[in-house]
Design a protein around this ligand. Structure first.
Ligand code: PLP
Ligand code: TYF
Length: 400
């Protein structure tokens, strides 16, 4: 039965952690996976999460199954966090929300929904993107295509290329858009560019599917980081789907908490769409986990914890911004002939360096510095005290 099964290729991101774990050097650095580390390079459990957990413990909750669509108070707070207190769509009850297994699980339910109800549609994905997007939409049985996004020359957005490719997409195609802090490039459209993308979706009949995995982590502001989906839905009156993750902004990685949302055009579509999402979730994992949803509800639903959360998020994004500045300075002093300003221009957790696979392999082997083969560095895994070491490794790899 199993004889014909071939080895699956290793995941390009998770494989980095595996290689890191095998390395016994005291100098080793894991800049692979996008997971926040403290200045001591240790995982962080936010204080607000600990406080929320204390409250949850004192509630003596049972361990009953949640409803297939998830924890009702969570569904309410998560949609509000995404769309804002003034959201027209929320006021008009045009929002569908399903609690799901973090960003990945939410994307997968959305992908299965598209495969079922928009069979034959092509899903347009930025080039480059978070590699799992191709697994998720491809495994769901959808055709995928790439649109231009990154310009290696300017280390910025290839906006003209993006517009050209999306303009050529057939009407009814789905476009995956990173809500903020594009992974892996750290390059986002400006508001003016977002407005043009929204208009293009409207004119060409393209369907926007936002992946919001870093709300609050890009700019430090939950509002700013949700600007694009809010603009599409409320200002432009577009229908959208949005996946949400609490892995990064609340540090709930392993708790698997997130949601799939849709803004639809009329309130009577909400129960129908939700019923289909529930049908898919029921057959996929039946119902989502309770603990993370309770944590999010306590934090987002309580004024005191909510403002504390914002401070902790600013601390996390602030630490990464400081690390960016230190790395840029260290690189400028070692290799002044090159323009390193992209390091502080890119936002979110990552720096997309343009380093080649060979250069990355040199850093793995000689310097015990692990990052993905596409030259993406997770700066969330770098400390100020290791910035010089990383700069030495990068310059050595580039000069070799
Ligand atoms: N989407 C993007 C762009 C991501 O970078 C990530 C995580 O790195 C995710 C989705 C989903 O992560 P999770 O499933 O932990 O929410
Ligand atoms: O670093 C990244 O881009 C992500 C991180 O179940 C990640 O791939 C790791 C595990 C997981 C989801 C996301």
């Amino acid at each position: 039965f199993f004889q014909e099964v071939e080895q699956a290729p290793p995941d390009p991101i998770l494989g980095v952690t595996e290689a890191f774990k095998k390395d016994s050097s005291p100098d080793k650095l894991n800049l692979g996976v996008g997971a926040y580390r403290t200045e001591n390079l240790e995982p962080l459990v936010l204080d607000v999460v600990k406080k929320a957990e204390e409250r949850i413990m004192s509630q003596n909750n049972n361990k009953e199954y949640l409803a297939v669509e998830g924890f009702a108070p969570f569904r309410e707070v998560t949609a509000r966090l995404l769309l804002g207190d003034d959201s027209k769509a929320l006021k008009e009850k045009r929002v569908v929300t399903l609690q799901s297994l973090s960003g990945t699980g939410s994307l997968r339910i959305g992908a299965a929904f598209l495969a079922k109800f928009r069979a034959g549609t092509t899903v347009y994905i930025s080039n480059p993107t978070w590699g799992n997007h191709f697994n998720i939409f491809g495994d769901a049985g959808l055709e995928t295509a790439k649109y231009r996004y990154f310009d290696a020359k300017t280390i910025g957005l290839d906006f003209d290329g993006m517009v050209e490719d999306l303009s050529a997409a057939p009407a009814g195609s789905v476009v995956i858009l990173h809500g903020c802090a594009h992974n892996p490039t750290g390059v986002d459209p400006t508001k003016e560019q977002w407005k043009k993308i929204a208009q293009l979706c409207k004119d060409k009949g393209l369907f926007p599917f936002f992946d919001v995995a870093y709300q609050g982590f890009a700019s430090g502001s939950l509002e700013e980081d949700a600007w694009a989906p809010r603009h599409f839905a409320d200002e432009m009156g577009l229908e959208i789907i949005v996946s949400q993750s609490y892995s990064k902004n609340l540090g709930l990685y392993g708790e698997r908490v997130g949601a799939l949302n849709a803004v639809v055009s009329s309130a009577d579509e909400v129960p129908k769409v939700l019923s289909q999402w529930k049908r898919i979730a029921r057959a996929t994992y039946s119902n989502p986990p309770t603990h993370g949803a309770r944590i999010v509800t306590e934090v987002v639903g309580d004024d005191a914890l909510f403002s504390e959360w914002k401070k902790e998020m600013e601390e996390m994004s602030g630490r990464i911004i400081n690390v960016r500045a230190a790395l840029q300075k260290a690189l400028e002093s070692r290799m002044p002939e090159k323009d390193w300003t992209f390091i502080t221009r890119q936002i979110g957790m990552f720096s997309y360096t343009g380093m080649t696979k060979e250069q990355v392999e040199h850093m793995w082997e000689k310097w015990h510095v692990y990052c993905t083969k596409d030259g993406r560095l997770s700066l969330a895994g770098l400390s100020l005290s290791r910035a010089d070491y990383l700069a030495d490794a990068m310059v050595d790899a580039i000069n070799t």
